[in-house]
Design a protein. Structure first.
Length: 314
């Protein structure tokens, strides 16, 4: 399988089912031979192996699960909806014996064959990726003028060069120096580490979608983009959550529903904040849908949650 495309996901047990959906989208839309690796915390290995076994039984797609110690990141911070598993991608050059690989976040869908991405000429660059304007605005780590800030949810990685350059050791030093300034910890560290040695790719290789803000019309426009190859659901609201934009969620479930993996089901609304988030999404899409049924459901959920909270406070 030396000519196969190496695809790597790094996550903990919380994202195992969603990594399976992303991997399945790869299989459905790929014409190339694939070799897929899941790097997970050692304590989550048995749980993830069970998901990988079901994925293989349902689709024939075999995944290599690699347990890794996250001890080096025990004191590293987590923020927003991210978990400490995000740091495992810093170990990829030491764990994957290949000249190059594509890294993908679990909250992605792959809609095209990745051979053109995998074989792109990296020259002397360490990594390749797509710019992240929101991340660039929020990072406080000092950066070289003109150096692009890329999203780390999809990376083409020059593993030979990264090993030679001792990526993990240098990333540790950068984190220790800039911990307070890293708004998106792993991403900010990777961008600082690869300063001056990043290749910028077209947007379609990592089309970043904010499910909490995008409207139906906007999302439909995204799906019509000519260069769309990978969709990345970048914010805290994910398509498998019931409070996500229904149009985004329906598209993601058009892939997920093809799998019958135990535990792969919608994440229900369980808090008032989630119900309010869903109400805002419906308001943003009001002229494109019949909202009354959904709003009645929200009111009922809010009333039920308020009653539960009231009983707990007694």
């Amino acid at each position: 399988m030396s000519n196969s495309i190496k695809i790597i996901f790094c996550f903990d047990r919380n994202y195992a089912h969603y990594a399976a959906v992303s991997a399945h989208s790869l299989l459905i839309n790929s014409r190339s031979e694939l070799r897929i690796f899941w790097i997970v915390p050692v304590e989550d290995e048995s749980y993830v192996l069970a998901v990988a076994e079901q994925l293989a039984n349902r689709t024939g797609l075999n995944v290599t699960v690699i347990p890794a110690s996250s001890a080096a990141f025990a004191d590293w911070k987590v923020s927003n909806h991210f978990t400490r598993g995000m740091y495992l991608r810093l170990l990829i050059p030491t764990l994957i014996d290949a000249p190059r690989a594509i890294y993908l976040d679990a909250d992605t869908l792959v809609l095209a064959d990745l051979e053109p991405l995998y074989t792109i000429d990296l020259g002397d660059k360490l990594i390749a990726g797509v710019p992240d304007p929101a991340g660039e605005r929020s990072t406080r780590i000092p950066r070289r003028a003109g150096d692009p800030y890329i999203n780390s949810g999809m990376l083409v990685m020059n593993l030979d060069a990264l090993r030679e350059d001792r990526m993990f050791e240098k990333a540790q030093s950068i984190y220790a120096r800039y911990e307070r300034d890293a708004a998106w910890p792993d991403q900010c560290v990777i961008n600082k580490y690869a300063e001056g040695r990043k290749l910028v790719l077209r947007e379609g290789w990592n089309r970043q979608v904010s499910a909490s803000h995008i409207t139906r019309t906007q999302f439909e426009a995204v799906l019509r983009e000519n260069d769309l190859s990978i969709i990345h659901f970048v914010d805290a609201v994910k398509p498998w959550q019931k409070w996500c934009n229904p149009y985004v969620g329906d598209f993601w479930w058009s892939y997920a529903s093809r799998l019958t993996i135990d535990g792969l089901k919608p994440q229900e609304i369980t808090t008032i904040d989630q119900a309010i988030q869903f109400a805002r999404v419906l308001d943003a899409n009001e002229r494109y849908m019949e909202p009354s049924r959904f709003k009645d459901d929200i009111i009922a959920r809010l009333a039920g949650l308020a009653n539960v909270r009231g009983r707990n406070d007694e």
